[in-house]
Write a protein that binds this ligand. Structure first.
Ligand SMILES: C[S@@+](CC[C@H](N)C(=O)[O-])C[C@H]1O[C@@H](n2cnc3c(N)ncnc32)[C@H](O)[C@@H]1O
Length: 198
């Protein structure tokens, strides 16, 4: 089986869950139901499970579910959905995570459709957590071709989008680095953790 995410997949499959999950940990209650958008190799799904949470993982690439089941088999408490971010199963999630995934969008309109779903399906007092890309990012500028088209946001735009949330973490990084598969890249990333206002 092959996917346009091959390079990402090869780079990520032997690694532990993204370190961002460890940053999220202190903000989380002991148990709950997470929606993990764009789970990719699925190490994040295993992280939620180990934490004692139930998790619904959504990805629009069927390959991701197939490879997870191949490697780990079915695991109680982990539910898979194949679809676009905007098609996430409706619910009242205690945390909606989008770890290096939500900015992969074909257009700003598509991004906004997904964003509305996230806002509506995060429980009052629940968390959203993940990354947005800033305007200097190599993928947004077009210096590098992303695995899938991306949307970027100015910091002010982002703050406006988050007006229904209490910001718990906003860590903006704008520096040169590498992709997971070793390609030199400028990363302009906002790491966000925010709590939905009641
Ligand atoms: C960088 S990868 C996965 C990152 C993963 N969360 C991790 O921590 O390793 C991005 C994932 O988002 C998924 N994806 C991209 N666009 C999507 C969309 N519009 N709807 C659902 N999933 C999408 C891709 O299939 C891919 O698995």
């Amino acid at each position: 089986m092959s996917t346009k995410w091959d390079q990402y997949f090869e780079g990520a499959k032997g690694l532990p869950a993204n370190p961002f999950y460890a940053k999220l940990r202190p903000f989380l209650p002991t148990t709950g139901h997470a929606l993990d958008l764009g789970y990719g190799v699925g190490t994040g799904l295993l992280w939620w499970k180990e934490l004692g949470w139930q998790v619904t993982g959504l990805d629009n690439d069927q390959f991701m579910e197939a490879q997870f089941l191949d490697s780990f088999g079915e695991i109680e408490g982990i539910r898979f959905v194949c679809g676009d971010f905007s098609e996430a199963p409706r619910g009242s999630y205690d945390c909606i995570a989008f770890v290096f995934s939500l900015f992969f969008q074909p257009s700003r309109e598509a991004f906004l459709r997904s964003w509305e779903v996230i806002k509506e399906n995060c429980a009052p007092g629940g968390l959203i957590a993940g990354q947005f890309l800033g305007p200097d990012d190599s993928w947004g500028v077009g210096d590098l071709t992303p695995p899938s088209p991306v949307v970027t946001h100015q910091r002010e735009e982002l703050l406006e989008m988050l007006s229904d949330f209490e910001l718990l973490l906003l860590d903006e990084q704008n520096r040169t680095g590498k992709t997971l598969y070793g390609e030199p890249k400028r990363w302009h990333v906002y790491h966000i953790i925010a709590k939905k206002l009641n």
